[in-house]
Design a protein around this ligand. Structure first.
Ligand SMILES: Cc1cc2nc3c(=O)[nH]c(=O)nc-3n(C[C@H](O)[C@H](O)[C@H](O)COP(=O)(O)OP(=O)(O)OC[C@H]3O[C@@H](n4cnc5c(N)ncnc54)[C@H](O)[C@@H]3O)c2cc1C
Length: 403
């Protein structure tokens, strides 16, 4: 079993292979020189300096030798030959496989803004990025300009502000996060940032990143505003790492196209995690999820499929975020929320509520903010598919289980 990629998907797949009884060889090929790690703390507690390395490891470093899993870190896979069943590594090694899993994740999207090459301009994805940025932010007093108003941009903006820095943030939407959760709910997060002093330039992009002596000094927005900058972070989404799959001739369609059991178009080759565009049996649509829970769920399904067991990725998609004192969890089918009615249960002003997306009388997604232990009930409502009364859904006196 050869697993390519050193993230949460790869670690989960290796662990599942062992749990499911595979006692043959497992090799993980990872280009980063790190024990496989998970990324959510990188923009939150780890960046803030509140969490250490342990928070990053889904499995302790000694799990791999103890479970006879060979970790080839610091080595990229450069070619995969589905016909020959081989993977070639950057150091020239050729590994044979019975089954291969591509879990190469995603990389920050790079936009050639004028001045992007200046010192002080960063993208953000890896542990090294987080360690480096923490060192710059921890003393406070820096002007930080964030290009991008998605989850990662908003999380880093919150952490940088909490560390005593002045953050200005721009994005293409009038309301940050509105693509994912709509303008009404995006406003809840935006207002919290504003209260903490984050400056928003919306909708706007960077016309030019300006500098002197090779180092960034400011960013000129497309709306003509000049924002002083010691640090610029470009967080404008990610692109799946498909070059290996492309070279192997696999079907590519917004990532590596896979069926619900995570088979690619090549026999004995599977794909999971951020790189995989999987058919979801509930929606009947392909979706590429860039979230933590999907890395775990799809890593498990891929491992079972590699062992020839019946497994389907039919989990309800889930993700979470933490920004200042706002903690949020979301479950549901984002693709079905576009025309859905939003029903609020709780208090938007106090930022303690559950938002439900209801389509044709059925709950298709739910998001709890600063209310806890309700995810099971939200998922049960979604998976039941039953027709619900929205008045009861909004009524705090009616238990979720009774709706
Ligand atoms: C800063 C940050 C914060 C996040 N916070 C949240 C959150 O709060 N909630 C949430 O739900 N999700 C969050 N996510 C998303 C979540 O971390 C991803 O969905 C998850 O990392 C996907 O795991 P993966 O293993 O599929 O890919 P990755 O974590 O990207 O790992 C893939 C690995 O494969 C390596 N690789 C690529 N090509 C090759 C090759 N050819 N050979 C060898 N190795 C290769 C990559 O370098 C990388 O190390 C966050 C992501 C980031 C970056």
């Amino acid at each position: 079993m050869v697993i390519i990629g050193g993230g949460l998907t790869a670690a989960t797949a290796a662990e599942t292979l062992r749990k499911e009884g595979w006692d043959g060889a497992i090799t993980i090929v990872a280009d980063e020189a790190e024990t496989p790690y998970q990324r959510p703390p990188l923009s939150k507690g780890f960046l803030a300096g509140k969490e250490g390395e342990d928070a990053l490891l889904p499995l302790p470093a000694n799990w791999y030798p103890e479970n006879n899993v060979t970790l080839r870190t610091g080595t990229a896979a450069t070619a995969l030959d589905p016909a020959a069943h081989t993977v070639t590594l950057a150091d020239g090694t050729v590994l044979s496989y019975a089954k291969a899993l591509i879990a190469t994740g995603a990389a920050p999207r790079r936009i050639p803004f004028p001045g992007v090459e200046l010192k002080g301009v960063y993208t953000f994805r890896t542990k090294a990025d987080s360690v480096g940025l923490h060192a710059l932010l921890e003393g406070g007093g820096k002007n930080v300009v964030m290009i991008g108003s998605g989850w990662i941009g908003m999380e880093i903006a919150a952490t940088a502000t909490e560390l005593g820095n002045k953050v200005a943030l721009m994005g293409l939407e009038e309301v940050p996060l509105s693509v994912a959760i709509g303008a009404q709910l995006g406003t809840v997060f935006t207002n919290r940032h504003k209260e903490a002093g984050v400056q928003f330039e919306l909708p706007a992009s960077a016309a030019e990143i300006q500098g002197s002596d090779g180092r960034v000094t400011s960013v000129l927005t497309t709306t003509g505003v000049t924002l002083p900058a010691d640090i610029v972070i470009v967080a404008v989404g990610v692109v799946p790492n498909i070059s290996l799959a492309k070279g192997a001739g696999l079907t590519i369609n917004n990532g590596i196209e896979v069926d619900a059991s995570l088979h690619t178009s090549a026999a004995d080759v599977f794909a999971a995690g951020d790189v995989a565009n999987a058919m979801h049996p509930v929606t009947g649509m392909h979706a590429r999820s860039e979230h933590w829970a999907n890395a775990i769920a799809s890593g498990k399904v891929a491992a079972k499929s590699m062992l020839g067991k019946d497994a389907v990725l039919d989990d309800i998609p889930y993700f979470y975020t933490d920004q200042f004192d706002l903690g949020m969890e979301y479950s549901g089918f984002g693709a079905l929320t576009k025309d859905a009615e939003v029903v609020i249960r709780g208090d938007l002003e106090k930022r303690e509520f559950i938002a439900f997306w209801v389509l044709e009388g059925r709950v298709v997604a739910g998001m709890n903010v600063n209310i806890w232990d309700v995810q099971d009930a939200i998922k049960a409502l979604i998976s039941s598919g039953r027709s619900i009364d929205t008045a009861k859904l909004a009524d705090l006196q009616t238990p979720l289980e009774a709706i």
